[in-house]
Design a protein around this ligand. Structure first.
Ligand SMILES: [Mg+2]
Length: 377
């Protein structure tokens, strides 16, 4: 099977959330944008991927079209269906290695690698479609049908807004909530509104140098966090993370959305530097590298909590990983309501905070063409 075209489609959908218009990366987001990758083959199959993302989309799109696509077009992927087992023999990891090696000097993270991640997801979608099964079923005989979800709020800042948002999320059935706050009073407001039985996580997006993080983690001890995420700036300060973990033992830690790729995860997994590892499938090498992280996590008995604030094929790909890997603790669902959804509501939580994992061929389902026509650029 040969790749004959790779298209990039930016989907920008207006959204609402519990607070004022906000965003990450120093800009206000009025739409939620994601970058879809569409791969067409000479056998007529279409694969869908998603590449990171948000403010970096213009750079990732250029990296895909100008750097990755010219190397991938015309390349053959080996696919063999084993009808009796519902499996397919394929060479997606080897195919991707043939692109990663010549491109490694342009970054093992960042837009070129994000583009490779999106392509990898689309190729796994193709491989599973070829076999007529979901990606999860391609990997194991009995993928799990459902997975718990947690709601991941945008930054809300005002404690009263945090309290209202927490109450609303609890009414929506979520048992686990993640805040993106920095201030202790906002965390206190969430804990009071949630009561003792809802799991609270706190993601401070690398807010503090290590010594300050140790101080803040002690202040956070009374709130019984399920985990404190990316407490330390810079995110590569692993010595600082290990020091924090020793100093404040009863605050579990999470990180990984800024770990570049599977190879970079390995020493962290082996050393057991945190309690939850958070590979981001659209950033860190797609499904191929996610599988490498998950396999190592299983071997070493580590918990995986994927970074997945996505609504496109990146979310579906993460759900397929959850169907195959029980080490995945739960799925992050971005706490915004979009004006339209790409998959007709599939892949989203029910009223109990549980997601039924789409199980159609490939990633589980394809994007709605009408929504792409309406919101795609
Ligand atoms: Mg995070």
């Amino acid at each position: 099977m040969k790749i004959i075209d790779i298209e990039t489609i930016v989907v920008a959908i207006p959204y609402q959330h519990d607070g004022a218009a906000t965003g990450f990366g120093g800009t206000i987001w009025h739409d939620l944008s994601f970058l879809l990758i569409k791969v067409t083959t000479d056998e007529g199959l279409t694969g869908w991927g998603e590449a990171f993302g948000y403010n970096a989309i213009p750079a990732t799109r250029t990296a895909m079209l100008d750097i990755v696509k010219p190397l991938a077009i015309g390349q053959a992927m080996s696919l063999k269906s084993i009808a009796s087992s519902g499996r397919a023999l394929h060479d997606v990891p080897e195919f991707m290695d043939r692109l990663k090696k010549p491109l490694h000097l342009f970054g093992r993270s960042g837009p070129v690698f994000y583009a490779l991640s999106g392509l990898d997801i689309a190729l796994w979608d193709l491989a599973a479609k070829y076999a007529g099964v979901s990606v999860g079923r391609l990997l194991i005989d009995h993928p799990r049908p459902t997975v718990p979800a947690y709601k991941s709020f945008m930054r809300l800042i005002e404690p009263s807004v945090v309290a209202r948002a927490t109450e609303r999320a609890a009414m929506q059935g979520y048992q686990k909530l993640k805040l993106h706050e920095i201030a202790i009073d906002a965390v206190a407001a969430a804990r009071e509104a949630a009561g003792p039985n809802v799991a609270l996580m706190l993601d401070v997006n690398c807010a503090w140098p290590a010594d300050e993080a140790i101080h803040q983690a002690r202040l956070l001890q009374p709130f019984g966090l399920k985990w404190l995420e990316e407490p330390i700036w810079p995110p590569e300060d692993i010595e600082g993370i290990m020091r924090l973990r020793k100093s404040v033992e009863d605050v579990p830690l999470a990180l990984g959305e800024n770990v570049a790729n599977a190879s970079a995860f390995m020493p962290l997994l082996h050393a057991g530097v945190v309690d939850y590892y958070q590979p981001s499938i659209t950033k860190a090498g797609g499904i191929t590298e996610f599988i490498a992280v998950a396999e190592a996590a299983v071997q070493l008995g580590r918990a995986v909590a994927p970074h997945s604030p996505y609504f496109g094929p990146g979310l579906l790909a993460t759900l397929q990983m959850a169907s195959a890997y029980r080490c995945i603790d739960g799925i992050e669902i971005f706490g915004v309501e979009l004006d339209a959804t790409l998959f007709g509501g599939r892949g989203m939580p029910d009223g109990m905070g549980t997601i039924t994992i789409p199980d159609g061929p490939g990633l589980g389902c394809d994007p709605d063409q009408d929504i792409l026509a309406r919101y795609g650029i």
